[in-house]
Design a binder for this molecule. Sequence first.
Ligand SMILES: NC(=O)c1ccc[n+]([C@@H]2O[C@H](COP(=O)([O-])OP(=O)(O)OC[C@H]3O[C@@H](n4cnc5c(N)ncnc54)[C@H](OP(=O)(O)O)[C@@H]3O)[C@@H](O)[C@H]2O)c1
Length: 216
Amino acid sequence: MKILIVGGTNFIGPSVVRQLIAMGHEVSVFHRGKTTINLQPDVHEILGVVYRRRHRSHLLEMKSKFRQLSPQVVVDMIVYNEQDALTLTNTFEGITQRVVVISSMDVYRAYDVLWGKESDVVPVPLTEDASLRQQLYPYQEMPSRLIAVPIDYEKILVERVVMASNLPGTIIRLPMVYGSRDVRHRLYSYLQRMDDKRPAIVLEDTIEDAILSKFR
Ligand SMILES: NC(=O)c1ccc[n+]([C@@H]2O[C@H](COP(=O)([O-])OP(=O)(O)OC[C@H]3O[C@@H](n4cnc5c(N)ncnc54)[C@H](OP(=O)(O)O)[C@@H]3O)[C@@H](O)[C@H]2O)c1
C-alpha cells in the first residue's frame, strides 16, 4: 500500500516508517527538512517550507504534488489543533482513501483527574468509549517551556474534525511514549531508578510535581 506520513523524522515517526517498510508498504515522508535523519533508501522524502511560525499551510500549497503521489493512506503525526485537522482534511479529500491521525490519551476525562482538575475518580482500565475531558485546551495554562505544543492544542477538536469529514478517518490515541529519540525524558527518573535496581522508587505527590521537577 502507498502511505504518506506527515512528520515522521523526529521521535515517534521513524519507528512508524521502519515498521511500515518492514511490512512491505511503499512509504513517503513529508516534512520541512528542519529535522535531519537517515531515512531508509526506499523512503521517498517530500520537503515543505519552513515558516517562522508553526503552521501547515504548505500542505494545501502542495496539493498537486500529493495528488501526483496519490497515497492510499495518509498518516499525520503532527495534528495538534482544530486548524491543523481542517488543513489535513481539506488537503487530502479526493486524494487519499483514509487519514490516520495520531491523538493522545489526554483526551480522556481521567487525564484531568490526574492533573487534579476534576475530582471524581474514573474507573480503570479505560476503554475507547471512556468519557472525555469536559474542559478544552489542556495546556493553555501551563508554562510554555514545559510543552512543545501550541497553546491551542486540543486533540478532542482534532478528532471531531477528522471524524466529521467526508474522508474515512482512523484515530490512534497514544499513551505517554518514551524511547531513545525522546528529548523530553519524562519517564527518565523512573527508568533510571529501575535500571539502578533500587528497592523502592519514591514518587512525587502529584504529576505536576513530577513534571516540574524535571525543569528545576
Ligand atoms: N510523546 C508522547 O508521549 C505522545 C503521547 C501521545 C501522543 N503523542 C503524539 O505523537 C505525535 C508526535 O509524534 P513525534 O513525536 O514523532 O513528533 P515530533 O518528534 O514532534 O516530530 C515532528 C515531525 O513533524 C515534522 N514537522 C514539524 N512541523 C511540521 C510542519 N509544519 N509541516 C510538516 N512537517 C512538520 C518534523 O520534521 P521537520 O522539523 O523537518 O519539519 C518531524 O518529522 C503528536 O501528534 C503527539 O501529540 C505523543
